[in-house]
Design a binder for this molecule. Structure first.
Ligand code: NAD
Ligand code: MG
Length: 373
């Protein structure tokens, strides 16, 4: 038989884009097999000494490969492997990173590399912001959520027993390197959770991208490399553009919280960890679309499109029944609130946003409609 042509999807060219933040600007590079790309790694990661922070799940999958590439690029590598889990995004893990860096006499020229999902990225970025008052930092995100969301924008930090992400800093990386091949080992639920944030960008910033996601959701669910690379690219472009305009969350950046007001209520109402963040956001977007429709901002057809896409991404579209009173309480504590009013990110129309309070009766109707099962 004839030789099969090499699958084109593994040869999608690497995409490079720039987050424009003046002297803090940095590149995001997206492609397959980047962990083994010595020239690229050498170009994007400065200094001779690097420390890679990862966890016990990601280390056996990708650490050896990255370390080998770094060594081939002439770098000396310290490996720091932390336990896996959101509950490890804490002060003790931060201290472990500092202990290892100090014991190895890492100086201010050491580059700290985050290899993992958003937990490792947030923790490592915060460590980099504080170690010797700030050392170079590179993100190598390995979950879809980290590749489309948490690795871009410079928010870093840890959890406090009294609140998630309460201790942190804005600290931009020197580069983000997203290798789409790492997504092939991601559990299905984590892939879907990342897709929630991808859908979010389309829903409130870019109607054409929303349409593209609808047309390509099957490919994305099948982890087609070219489709994933495009979804990551467009998501990063859209997030980078918002961050460029509002680096420190003074206003516009709030639109990235579409679906999150309802989503946070689900997460804390059920107890963190029951639903993944992306699952809560997926369902939260369905609720926000329902509210947008009730207020006359989107058509019934567009509300249905959002709901169908969330479902096709493997995400829940019906919220838990927490009781109306509890729902309202949980949403009152949302960080965006000013003067006691809940500020919602709404679609107006699909592909664009409106930030506004909502009349109580419309909100109650949405909760009764979607959270009474
Ligand atoms: P995560 O980091 O916990 O990763 C999810 C799971 O996947 C973990 O068990 C992890 O070990 C595993 N994993 C990672 N890469 C893998 C791979 N390639 N193959 C198999 N398993 C893999 O979760 P996440 O969803 O990536 O990130 C969530 C965190 O990100 C939260 O702490 C959240 O607060 C934070 N976050 C930060 C920002 C920001 O702007 N900084 C934005 C959104 C979320
Ligand atoms: Mg989110």
């Amino acid at each position: 038989p004839m030789t099969q042509p090499v699958s084109s999807q593994n040869h999608a060219p690497t995409i490079s884009l720039q987050v424009e933040l003046g002297e803090r600007s940095y590149p995001i590079e997206i492609g397959s097999s980047l962990l083994g790309d010595r020239e690229r790694i050498a170009r994007l990661i400065s200094g001779r000494q690097v420390a890679v922070v990862t966890n016990t799940t990601v280390a056996p999958l990708y650490l050896q490969r990255l370390t080998q590439t770094l060594q081939e690029a002439g770098k000396s590598v310290l490996e720091i492997i932390l336990p896996d889990g959101e509950e490890e995004k804490n002060w003790a893990s931060l201290m472990q990173i500092f202990d290892r860096l100090l014991a190895a006499k890492c100086d201010r020229k050491t580059t700290l590399i985050a290899l993992g999902g958003g937990v490792i990225g947030d923790l490592t970025g915060f460590a980099a912001s504080a170690y010797m008052r700030g050392i170079p930092f590179v993100q190598i995100p390995t979950t879809l959520l980290a590749q489309v969301d948490s690795s871009v924008g410079g928010k870093t930090g840890i959890n406090h027993p009294l609140g998630k992400n309460m201790i942190g800093a804005f600290y931009q990386p020197q580069a983000v390197i997203a290798d789409t091949l790492t997504l092939h080992t991601l559990p299905d639920r984590e892939l879907s959770a990342g897709l929630a944030e991808v859908i979010k960008y389309g829903a409130v910033i870019d109607a054409a991208f929303f349409k593209w996601i609808e047309d390509n959701i099957d490919k994305l669910m099948a982890r087609d490399n070219a489709a994933l690379a495009y979804a990551i690219r467009r998501s990063c472009e859209l997030k980078a553009d918002v961050v460029r305009q509002d680096e420190r969350e003074g206003g516009l950046r709030a639109i990235l919280n579409f679906g999150h007001t309802f989503g946070h209520a689900i997460e804390s109402g059920l107890g963190y960890g029951k639903w993944l963040h992306g699952e809560a956001v997926g369902c939260g977007m369905v609720m926000a679309a329902d509210l947008s429709h009730r207020l006359g901002h989107i058509t019934a057809i567009d509300k249905e499109r959002l709901c169908a896409l969330v479902r096709a991404a493997g995400l829940p579209t019906e919220a838990p029944n927490l009781g109306v009173q509890r729902w309202l309480e949980l949403m009152q504590v949302d960080k965006k609130n000013e003067g006691g009013q809940i500020r919602f990110i709404l679609m107006k129309p699909l592909g664009s946003y409106l930030i506004s309070a909502a009349p109580q009766d419309a909100l109650l109707a949405t909760i009764q409609q979607l959270a009474s099962g």
